[in-house]
Write a protein that binds this ligand. Sequence first.
Ligand code: ATP
Ligand code: MG
Length: 320
Amino acid sequence: NVVKGSIAMGLSMLLLSVVLAVIASNRITGHLAVVSKAAKEIAEGDFGKVITIKTGDEFEDLANAFNFMTEKIRGNIRELNNLIEELKKRDIQKTQFLANISHELRTPLTASIGYVDYMEKEKMGSLNPDQKHSLEIIRRNLERLNKEIHSLLLVSKYTLEGIKLNPEKIDISELIENIIKNFTPEVTLKGLVIKKSFAQKTLTGDKDNIRTVVENLMGNSIKFSAPATVITIATDIENKENQKYFKFKISNYGATIPEDQLRKIFEPFYQVDATTSRKYGGIGLGLSIAQNIIEAHQGKIWAESKDGLTTFYFFIPQGG
Ligand SMILES: Nc1ncnc2c1ncn2[C@@H]1O[C@H](COP(=O)(O)OP(=O)(O)OP(=O)(O)O)[C@@H](O)[C@H]1O
Ligand SMILES: [Mg+2]
């Protein structure tokens, strides 16, 4: 009997411990589930989450620590948002400054170019060969400065105001021929040959802006060409899914643009060689301006470069 009694008591104690253990474990699982659900919601971006556990034990401490953490995160996010707003404001001020300064620089520059032009035409008396040569150098440098200031002005204007387009029918072959003619001195100096094929002769787009794009792409092709090589220019029309696209393509031989930089070169001021001792002039704005313009036309512009052959393409939709 004593043995039986002891066994019965032992069993009831065991049963009681199991029941207590199950209750405790359910309570723990319940609280943990609340915390883990809240953690998941926070991970998904709901930083306003507050958990309430009023047990007076470690669970309440855990909940408080959790709420303290989310409060801190909310504070940090507020600070970051304020910082972003401040940076945006400063970015606009900087662009505004760039626009103002480039505008201011253009006036005296235009006047100087005008005077050099006047003197070159010998309207202020005849010039000896040395004077002519010097004036020619002054003019070339002023024109280069003028071009870079014009790019700064364009980029800042487009950033601040966007691009307003005046689409019209453009004789693109004539426009390209005209641009090529203006580059004759550089082309001759480098001994380059330009091959053209105009399978498509017209394009609907904003003439001044399309001219800027072609000028920038052609300027790059000439600048980055190895001496005595060939530049190819081609236009075409492509039909894709009931939509016509005008296609422009320009290739040159020279340095290969590394694969990982083929997109970056379209960012403002990005240059593959950005050292101050670099070989080529320019400030890295031409392609960024070209991209702004092509995208304003709902088109696409990109580059490919392999084994020294670099090609730039752009597409512009031309309606159905
Ligand atoms: N045809 C090309 N061949 C090789 N690299 C090129 C070519 N075109 C552009 N790049 C690279 O892309 C960079 C950016 O070109 P982008 O026209 O924007 O600026 P840039 O010509 O250096 O200066 P800017 O156009 O303002 O005078 C160039 O500095 C060059 O590294
Ligand atoms: Mg350029």
